[in-house]
Ligand binder design. Sequence first.
Ligand code: S3P
Length: 212
Amino acid sequence: MTQRNSAQHSNRRRQLAEIRQSLGQNSLVLIGLMGAGKSAVGRRLAASLDLPFTDADSEIEAAAGQSIGEIFAEYGEAYFRTGERKVIARLLENGPQVLATGGGAFMDPETRDAIKTHGTSIWLKANLRVLMKRVGRRDNRPLLQVDNPEAVMKKLMAERHPIYADADITIETREAPHEVMVGNIVDALASRLAQETPRATDDRIERQRETD
Ligand code: S3P
């Protein structure tokens, strides 16, 4: 390894450690549409930060003892959404972790509030072509089991993007490999931290002055 590479590596390691430390008990919460790569990117992000990874959809399935397709078919979407809200509220108590949520989760005001309280939200934003390419690989998404899944996706983009835009961090996914996405997320978290740190330090000095 060249000297420059080794300096970059140790800088990255320091950044990762600082991000992990800054979380305390909070979670990094991935949001975005079906096919955005929340689970795949989330798993790699968790590994880089040496944090546990949790997939909300898998936890909902485990709690129900049924697949998401079965829950939708047997009880309907409203029932699924109630379960989703409860499961995510419970999972958010278990930070620090990287938590990937299903595409509809952040649309729920209670869940959005819980995420704001217990975590940093990261929107993986992808265009229609990328999303359709990715969701086309699997048939496990009840909302897309229709004649024209692309029309549904377009509608969801129109409805959800303005709400997703409320996330703390937005990462444009394009067709970049997952590792590149992870790098972009780490960069965004590090620069957020760099902006916050002077303020946190000022607050500490202020508090110290008050107690002196
Ligand atoms: C949904 C997204 C799915 C899953 C459910 C509903 C949505 O998760 O929660 O099928 O409303 O967008 P993914 O975003 O992980 O595919």
